[in-house]
Write a new protein. Structure first.
Lengths: 114, 112
């Protein structure tokens, strides 16, 4: 158990809909990261928040957005869903920044868009 | 970030040491070598990381060559639960550059 929790575990929805994925980082961790894993693209970094502020952006679509709240939990919002958005979405957290800090991953949310 | 090259797959007998190689010939002086693994579709799991010196923890050992252009992850006594995809990742040490760039990794299969 990494200490990172994600809800829901599974999500099935239709094209055009909007969903929200939730992540609670390990106690004390200030950084939260979101990653997407699809069959054709592998594991890809989407976005990072540090203590409530956006810190880095990866290959995140404009239809996707995220935020980190004062209690440090984070939400990833996916809108106007397409079939290709079906994937595993992982959240990770780390204590601070810099290259010496390992990231701890949650169990993921499996999103299926029909 | 420096690119890494790993063999796509490897087999290892249960109880033997599993040695997973990684090439990172363009690594910079401020970049760490990280290893993560992913068992089936679970969240990736941190294993170990290093900068210049060899490192050991309860899970594995990391051997980095003197020129830092390659490294080897060693699982000393592989068990069936070590079957997973192993990712070698090179990551800068500066703040603001913490994202992990995953490649295709090595699929390690432990044979009973």
């Amino acid at each position: 158990d990494s200490g990172v929790t994600q809800t829901p575990k599974h999500l099935i929805t239709a094209t055009g809909q909007r969903v929200t994925l939730r992540c609670s980082p390990r106690s004390g961790d200030l950084s939260v990261y979101w990653y997407q894993q699809s069959l054709d693209q592998g594991l890809q970094f989407l976005i990072q928040y540090y203590n409530g502020e956006e810190r880095a952006k990866g290959n995140i679509l404009e239809r996707f957005s995220a935020q980190q709240f004062p209690d440090l939990h984070s939400e990833l919002n996916l809108s106007s869903l397409e079939l290709g958005d079906s994937a595993l979405y992982f959240c990770a957290s780390s204590a601070v920044g810099g290259g010496r800090n390992e990231q701890f991953f949650g169990p993921g949310t499996r999103l299926t868009v029909l | 970030d420096a690119k890494t090259t790993q063999p796509p797959s490897m087999d290892c007998a249960e109880g033997r040491a599993a040695n997973l190689p990684c090439n990172h010939s363009t690594i910079s002086g401020n970049e760490y070598v990280y290893w993560y693994r992913q068992i089936h579709s679970q969240g990736p799991q941190y294993i170990i990381h290093g900068l210049k010196n060899n490192e050991t923890n309860e899970m594995a050992s990391l051997i980095i060559t003197e020129d830092r252009k390659s490294s080897t992850l060693i699982l000393p006594h592989a068990t069936l639960r070590d079957t997973a995809v192993y990712y070698c990742i090179v990551r800068p040490s500066n703040f603001g550059n913490e994202k992990l760039t995953f490649g295709t990794g090595t699929r390690l299969t432990i044979i009973p």
